[in-house]
Write a protein that binds this ligand. Structure first.
Ligand code: CO
Length: 510
């Protein structure tokens, strides 16, 4: 059997600028690059999903499906890929099945080909609806294993998850290392195990945050990985994916080295260097350099920089080590959940609250929901004492069913709400309205009354260099899953971690 070259996907239009420029690349900044990107023969172009839908609507005044149409028109040959947070779609809470299905079908209709679907808890039940919907639309469903380290996350556990993903009917498996923590040897073992135990293709997605990304990819290639994600410099390396040209150089002489036209890649780098300059207020040198602290603390890089600021705001700078020592305590109590949006933020906040007020004295509603099963099944059992406490404090029973099973269908009500406002009631608007109601309203208001003010970015933006730890912004921008009518003052905050804005509700004792 001939040795197959490894396939490169390209992430410059999604993760590249999400990781290195706070998701601020505008569609018009992408357009001049599309023909070149399409000509290279990448396995897929990651063009949508993750934070791009939120950021595009919120900060750039772009209706999300318009971007998808524009990119599809410019890159008709290469499959499009998007990152989907399973039952959360591209938000932070679970949506009813019919909303998830409508989102997937509508995206497919607008040209999305590959749905990369993950769940923050690695609960495959939370990706099942999206997987089914992608298959029903005749598209490629890629199931994701979120990489993390914990006593229960052994190589065998990841392989078992790969089997589950295959059994769900997925077309491929993605090992997603969102924090850039996976060492080359561990990556080799997991990829080899997946290749030996599963028939569907395996893809590795990592970040170069701690400087491991390119070597990790090399070991994945050695282990037989089918595809890897690379990006175009300067929206590459650092907190982003390793650069395509760099990966080609690293694999030079390797029997699996693919061939991508370096002249075109150089021209693309020139274009994106110009764009990087235009986005100067959202880029940061700290995103570009190797951050080995992320390895020391085994948490995503964005979480670290955010914490330093947040602790400072809380006048707890001297408690940095205590809070970080508390993270594994919280993770263990909550069943060793991976740290990825939104669990990284929830665990981080709880660790801080434990240090500040005493362990579990101040239990955040989101962390309680995790303890009670409302986010899904945790990788290991939740500490029974902690679960009991959460049940007492919330008056809610622990659940073991798939959380979305408790949700009623939502599309009819969404359509009615849009009709009442006089907005279009098609599925495109329904699914965006479901996730970002305020932002959609602002978008229409700005369209109706275009003014210089409306065109300006809606809110001050935090980049990794200047994270706004707990901006006292009313969290109306994003609804929270906090139970209402609680005793005690509940303060809503938006945590900005890197480019991600995450609502948290912190119950205060005052
Ligand atoms: Co990523």
């Amino acid at each position: 059997m001939a040795i197959k070259p490894v396939v490169f996907n390209n992430t410059v239009l999604r993760d590249g600028h999400q990781s290195l420029a706070a998701t601020r690349m505008r569609t018009e900044q992408m357009l001049p690059a599309l023909e070149m990107l399409d000509s290279l023969g990448f396995g897929a172009l990651e063009t949508w999903g993750g934070a791009t839908i939120d950021a595009g609507l919120r900060f750039l005044g772009e209706f999300p499906f318009d971007r998808l149409d524009a990119i599809k028109k410019g890159t008709p040959k290469t499959p499009h890929m998007m990152l989907l947070r399973g039952q959360n779609i591209v938000q932070y809470q679970n949506f009813p099945d019919d909303v998830v299905e409508a989102f997937v079908h509508t995206s497919a209709k607008h040209g999305m080909d590959v749905f990369r679907i993950f769940d923050a808890l690695n609960d495959t039940r939370n990706i099942a609806t999206a997987v089914r919907a992608a298959k029903a639309a005749g598209k490629h469903a890629q199931g994701v294993i979120c990489y993390t380290t914990s006593p229960v996350h052994t190589t065998e556990k990841f392989i078992e998850m790969g089997r589950e993903i295959e059994a769900l009917g997925c077309d491929s498996i993605c090992l997603k290392d969102m924090a850039g923590l996976i060492p080359p040897v561990a990556c080799y073992q997991i990829v080899k195990g997946l290749k030996d135990n599963c028939k569907i293709p395996v893809i590795v997605h990592t970040h170069d945050t701690a400087g491991l990304g390119a070597s990790t990819y090399y070991s994945a290639v050695e282990a037989g990985v089918d595809a890897i994600d690379t990006a175009i410099s300067p929206f590459a390396n650092g907190t982003g994916q390793p650069d395509t040209v760099r990966m080609l150089a690293l694999l030079a002489g390797h029997p699996r080295c693919p061939s991508y036209d370096v002249k075109t890649l150089t021209a693309l780098r020139e274009h994106f260097t110009k764009v990087y300059g235009e986005l100067g207020s959202f880029t940061s040198h700290t995103n570009e350099i190797v951050d080995t602290d992320t390895l020391t603390y085994q948490v995503p890089g964005g979480m670290l920089s955010n914490f330093r600021n947040q602790l400072k705001e809380q006048k707890m700078e001297d408690k940095f080590d205590d809070v970080f020592a508390e993270i594994p305590v919280v993770r263990k109590a909550l069943g060793w959940i991976p740290l990825v949006t939104p669990t990284s933020q929830i665990v981080g906040v709880q660790a801080m609250l434990n240090v500040k007020f005493g362990r579990w004295k101040n239990f955040s509603p989101q962390a309680m929901d995790i303890a009670l099963g409302y986010y899904g099944r945790t990788p290991a059992p939740v500490d029974p004492e902690v679960q009991k406490l959460a049940a007492e404090k919330t008056g809610k029973d622990p659940i073991t069913v798939r959380p979305a099973d408790l949700k009623k269908p939502g599309m009819a009500a969404l359509r009615q709400e849009l009709a009442a406002k006089g907005y279009p009631t098609d599925d495109e608007h329904c699914v965006i309205h479901a996730m970002f109601p305020q932002e959609l309203e602002k978008y229409f208001a700005a369209k109706k009354n275009p003014s210089p003010a409306a065109a300006a970015p809606a809110a001050p933006v935090a980049t990794k260099s200047a994270p706004v730890a707990a901006a006292a912004t009313p969290s109306t921008a994003i609804s929270t899953s906090a139970p209402s009518g609680e005793v005690g003052e509940v303060k809503k905050m938006i945590l900005t971690i890197g480019d991600r804005r995450v609502p948290v509700t912190v119950e205060t004792l005052a």
